[in-house]
Structures are given as structure tokens and as C-alpha cells.
Design a protein around this ligand. Structure first.
Ligand SMILES: [Zn+2]
Ligand SMILES: [Zn+2]
Length: 332
């Protein structure tokens, strides 16, 4: 079954590449990037599969066991647009395949100097021969770095200016994982790709690691009443656990902005929240958003925009204003 799917995928990739992508890059005079374009076709197709799977599996669940009714269908459609842009976009591709040759160069330079770069294989010889073990190990190591990236987004003022766009969705749903500022997306994709290359992940495996991580993150944002039980909640980030991170005034207002200083930053594995004392295993399914979005006196009615470009523009403005320490001022 799995091998039939893999065969079908390769066939589709080959067809799309031969009939659309390859003629285009020749026409555009980009023949030297043929290999990268072939990999890019794979990312694109994986993105398509992800979107179809999410729609088929998570949409019915959202209809069956929702946390709240969707009061703003337009905001949900916009999140879908973010998903299409990010998952079918060239971001990760460009980053990984531009960086890959660069790191290759650095590696060969170090090799010439007799310095061996760090990777898991040199730390634990033979580990990368066991595909499942190395897959899980890489997933856990990458998740550790993702946890600290996420904490920085909340604790560095200008960065919160960008990341708050992700938190401004008050109708959190299966597409909300991708509601991010493009600049933040770019920084994160570069950061994760550098680490992946730095620990010796092969490009073919990186595609699968990213796909697995994204699928779990989409589930976490879905508008569904799902938790994984006492033990499961501590092993894998569930929709309830991540919803607590998005809860108004509870989970994300770190750095003196909230009562608990922010919690549940883990991206896939709550173990990082447990180890670094930021875990909160509440049992409620909270409404999501940011306190300053609320009307006075509770909030200040801050506008995060209701269209793609207005959200991106306001994100940049917040980045500059928050970076100057002007977070509590009424936005103009
Ligand atoms: Zn989130
Ligand atoms: Zn966050």
C-alpha cells in the first residue's frame, strides 16, 4: 500500500516536472537549476497532499466536535490563503536549496583545514543507518530548537510584534498554523534549515520531517475538542494544549504581559515546556486571541487587520513600534 502510494507520488512528480516545470525553466533560461526545480516539485506536491488530507480529515472533525462556532468565516478563508501561500510556496525550497550549496562549501573548506563539522552521525556512529530512529531523533532535536525560537518570538519585543499576527486569530481553526508574518516565516525557515543541515539531515529526509511536523501543527490549531489523555498530553502537543497557548490573557502574554508569563511554547513535544518550566496542563478549551484586541477597558481595541496585506503591513508597524518599546500606546 505504502509503496504503491510512493510509486504514484513519484509518477505524479515526474509528470508535473516533465510537462510543466522543466519546459518552463528552459524557457526562462534557468536550465542550471534543473535539480533544484525537481526537488521544488516534490515540495509543491507534498503541500498539495497535505492540504487535501487536512481538508478530508480535519474539516469533518471540526464540524463534529467544535470548540466554538465560527463567527468570522472570512478570517478562516484568509487562514486558508496563508496555508496555500506557505505550503505551496517556494520559501522552504529556496532556503534549503540555496543554503545547501553554501553549507557544502563551508564543509569542504573546513575539511581542507582538517576540522570535522558536527553532526549526529559523528556523535553516535551508525544511528543514521536506522531510518526510523534517526527520523525521530532528528525530529526531537529540531523541535528543541523550534521551542527556543518560539520563546524568542514571545520574549523579544519586536519579534512579538510579528508573531502576534499568529495569535490574533479569534476563530482558531485547522488553517491557522500558517497565519504568520512572511518575514517571521522566512526567518524561521532559514533558522530551521541551517540547524537541519548543521546536524546532518539529508535533503530527502528534511522534506519528510517538515511534512510530519506541519501535519501535527495543523491538528493542534484545529477547532476540535481533542486531548490526548493524562500521559499523551505530556508526550505530544494536542489541540487542547496548544489552544491554552493561544488563550486570551493566559498562554502567550509573556514578558510581563500576562498573568502566567506565557506557557506551552513547545511545537511538537511538551517535554521542553516541562523541562524549562513553561508547561500548563489545563483541562479547559479556551477562546483564542490577544488581550489588547478586546475593547476597552479590558483591552485597547488594537487592530490586527482583516486582509492579507493589511495584516502584513500592521505586523511590520508593530515590529518597529514594539522594538522601540511603544507596545502599550494606542495604535494610530
Ligand atoms: Zn499556534
Ligand atoms: Zn506563540
Amino acid at each position: 500500500m505504502i509503496s504503491a502510494l510512493v510509486d504514484f507520488f513519484s509518477l505524479a512528480q515526474g509528470w508535473l516536472f516533465e510537462s510543466v516545470v522543466n519546459p518552463f525553466i528552459y524557457y526562462a533560461g534557468l536550465a542550471e537549476f534543473t535539480e533544484e526545480a525537481f526537488e521544488g516539485t516534490e515540495w509543491f506536491l507534498i503541500g498539495v497532499c497535505e492540504i487535501v488530507l487536512l481538508y478530508v480529515i480535519l474539516r469533518p472533525l471540526e464540524a463534529l466536535i467544535p470548540v466554538h462556532p465560527i463567527t468570522d468565516p472570512r478570517a478562516r478563508r484568509l487562514d486558508f490563503l496563508y496555508t496555500v501561500i506557505h505550503r505551496l510556496g517556494a520559501f522552504t525550497v529556496a532556503v534549503f536549496f540555496l543554503l545547501d550549496p553554501l553549507i557544502d562549501q563551508v564543509t569542504s573548506l573546513l575539511h581542507l583545514e582538517g576540522i570535522k563539522p558536527f553532526n549526529l552521525e559523528s556523535l553516535w556512529p551508525g544511528v543514521t543507518d536506522l531510518p526510523l530512529v534517526s527520523f525521530l531523533l532528528y525530529l526531537i532535536v529540531l523541535d528543541f530548537f523550534d521551542y527556543w525560537y518560539h520563546r524568542a518570538e514571545h520574549n523579544i519585543e519586536w519579534w512579538w510584534g510579528l508573531h502576534s499576527l499568529h495569535h490574533s486569530q479569534q476563530n482558531m481553526n485547522l488553517w491557522s498554523d500558517n497565519r504568520n508574518h512572511l518575514l517571521d516565516d522566512l526567518i524561521r525557515d532559514i533558522y530551521m534549515a541551517v540547524i537541519a543541515l548543521g546536524i546532518g539531515v539529508q535533503p530527502g529526509q528534511y522534506v519528510l520531517l517538515v511534512a510530519a511536523s506541519r501535519a501535527l501543527q495543523s491538528l493542534q490549531h484545529a477547532n476540535v475538542r481533542i486531548h490526548f489523555g493524562v500521559i499523551g498530553e505530556r508526550l505530544l502537543v494536542s489541540p487542547r494544549y496548544h489552544r491554552l497557548h493561544h488563550a486570551i490573557g493566559l498562554g502567550h502574554e509573556g514578558n510581563g504581559r500576562g498573568t502566567l508569563g506565557g506557557h506551552n511554547f513547545a511545537v511538537l513535544f511538551p517535554v521542553w515546556d516541562i523541562v524549562f518550566r513553561t508547561a500548563y496542563f489545563g483541562k479547559t478549551f479556551e477562546m483564542t486571541g490577544i488581550r489588547d484586541q478586546l475593547p476597552a477597558p479590558e483591552g485597547m481595541g488594537r487592530d490586527y487587520g482583516d486582509g492579507f496585506w493589511s495584516q502584513q503591513w500592521l505586523g511590520l508597524k508593530r515590529m518597529v513600534a514594539f522594538g522601540r518599546g511603544q507596545q502599550s500606546e494606542t495604535p494610530s
